[in-house]
Design a protein around this ligand. Sequence first.
Ligand SMILES: CC(C)(COP(=O)(O)OP(=O)(O)OC[C@H]1O[C@@H](n2cnc3c(N)ncnc32)[C@H](O)[C@@H]1OP(=O)(O)O)[C@@H](O)C(=O)NCCC(=O)NCCS
Length: 185
Amino acid sequence: MKEQPILTTERLILRPYSLSDAKELQRLIGDRDVSETLLLVPYPYLDGMAEEWIDKQSLEYQEGKSVQFAVTGRNGEFLMGTIGLNNIFQEYQRAELGYWIGKPYWSNGYCTEAAGAVLKWGFEALELNRISATHMTSNPRSGRVMQKIGMKHEGHMRQYARKSGRFEDGEIYAILKSEYNHSPI
Ligand SMILES: CC(C)(COP(=O)(O)OP(=O)(O)OC[C@H]1O[C@@H](n2cnc3c(N)ncnc32)[C@H](O)[C@@H]1OP(=O)(O)O)[C@@H](O)C(=O)NCCC(=O)NCCS
């Protein structure tokens, strides 16, 4: 069994989820301002959903399909958000970055800091060649994170998603390993 690594940054620890995070996960992701820009997260976020999601993650990691990190303070205790790589295709050496941070912690640079660590791990340990990310056009805050970690805007996707019964346009960004090696982060 592969063990998911723990990544550390100046202010954060990125570690695997455990069931003891479920209550706080439900509280943070249950905020409408957080879930409304996340395609696969329902609102309201009901009892039991957090436990079910946490349970699934270790299998996804073992199968090499995705990896999710709990973003916590430096003591590894209090949960601030989630960051991960989805749709990992080893054959093509690419994956998609996804993240959310609990509203009380927004605009402190936490997501950018966590994303920098995940890019490093993705390119160096997972040997990826390309990491992409998408956000709803109506959510420029997330686009700002993508720009700050050195991703390039690749395109505008018309009606790429459907959230709360509405089609939403999207933006796609990506960074290649060769670009990452030359970026300042
Ligand atoms: C998007 C999100 C992850 C950002 O997390 P964060 O920790 O606040 O991000 P950071 O502090 O690292 O960076 C946020 C940047 O957005 C900027 N920003 C804030 N509001 C903004 C807005 N309305 N438009 C554009 N940029 C904005 C901040 O100023 C900051 O940039 P700066 O450092 O150049 O000033 C967080 O807001 C979130 O979880 N939102 C809900 C879920 C979500 O949207 N996830 C992404 C789905 S694609």
